[in-house]
Write a protein that binds this ligand. Sequence first.
Ligand code: ADP
Ligand code: MG
Length: 447
Amino acid sequence: MSNRIISILKKKLARKTWDNWFTTFQVKKVTDDKVIFSVGNLFIKDWLQSKYGNVISKAIKEAYGKNLEYEIVYETTDPGAFNKSDESYKGPLVKKKPLLISNLNANYTFENFVVGPENRVLYAVSMEISRSPGRYNPFFVYGMVGLGKTHLLQAIAHKIMELHPEMRVLYITSEQFMNDMIDSIKSGSVRDFREHYRKKADVLLIDDIQFLIGKNGVQKELFHTFNELYDAGKQIVICSDRNPEELNGFHDRLVSRFQMGMVMEICPPEKDTRFKIAKKFAERESVSLPDDVAQLLADSVDGNLRILRGVIIKLIVQSSINKEKIGAALTNQILAAFNKTTVSIKRMKEEDLLLSAIEAVMGVSPREIKGTSRKQNIVLSRQLLMYILKRHHGKSIKEISQITGKRHSTVIHSIKKIEMSVIKGNIVIKEKLAKILNMMATSSAAG
Ligand code: ADP
Ligand code: MG
């Protein structure tokens, strides 16, 4: 009988829908008045309930000849495989898209945020907000690229989820907000979109708001979202590469909303702080960085922590490839290579770091990834790259297609492939993914 519901459901749904959402869907138990289904992913559970509730009810009726209540429960197949570093919370993560394990980087926590004198107050306010969301509202953080804005926002998100597990915390980049809005217009589900952002979030964190400069339609939408959340006393946290007044082309009323609360700058780390961050970046990769090397790095690389991280990852990869000790010699060599291309350092892309991490974990070079080989390991590396770009860096399909030189359809297929492997609990893929992400992610002083 239970197989019958499944096959009825399968018939009622498009093949694609089935493949996307129902592969882990099973009948767990049937009682006199209730059917209990299980799924292997927390986000899918909510998604199925809201999107396919009616179809499920109909299928039950067809299978049993009467209306029965149903419940969907979440059953892990492989608990904790993803958040090894953060066993403490198992509750719902950020509910952005049902397929996401979480769009938060597990390493972007307060524990991993080194606090120097330059950002002590900022840190204290962020902690206070995590303890009492709604207290400083909105909280607007601005500063140059690579100073830790995203890290800080996500640290707040993590902390709120830990201290207030009942709160629904939504972290999103402005680009994702815009894309979601456009998608909802295309698919005629603007109401769902609004409900999602305005009603379902207790805390909304929006990254890189400057992305919306000149995008009037989205700003208008954001304005209403902002007001509704604000009026309901929900915490809003925003970050940007410039202060509110400098958001040229932003509607005045939105700018003045941003100024209503607490506006703080995130400052470049001083040398001592950089020293500590360098140490911890390495520690995160289970490598111990000698003091003289950390000092050399702190002296040579200024505020942009992405570059500091890039140099350290290169250092680690290089030393393991060459079987060479991490010392001043190798460090100078890598620094020189970086300095030769100062211009490109400034614009060093996340993608380059990601490619190095993939090379280190998978043994596949950037050239091979961007090439056309169909060798299994290379194909898998390519798929992982696309998946991470999409899910962890918020890149669009179009951007990923440009970065990798692959067609849209290939990109979409590849991302889905990894996504399904993750959902199905494919250990090998999850491990590779975790290793790459771990390598990418930085960390620093505990406490
Ligand atoms: P932004 O969003 O401002 O461009 P990110 O949050 O991406 O910067 O930070 C760049 C990198 O530096 C990240 O890997 C982040 O974990 C790390 N980082 C930033 N600030 C700190 C800090 N205070 N302590 C430790 N790591 C930091
Ligand atoms: Mg950022």
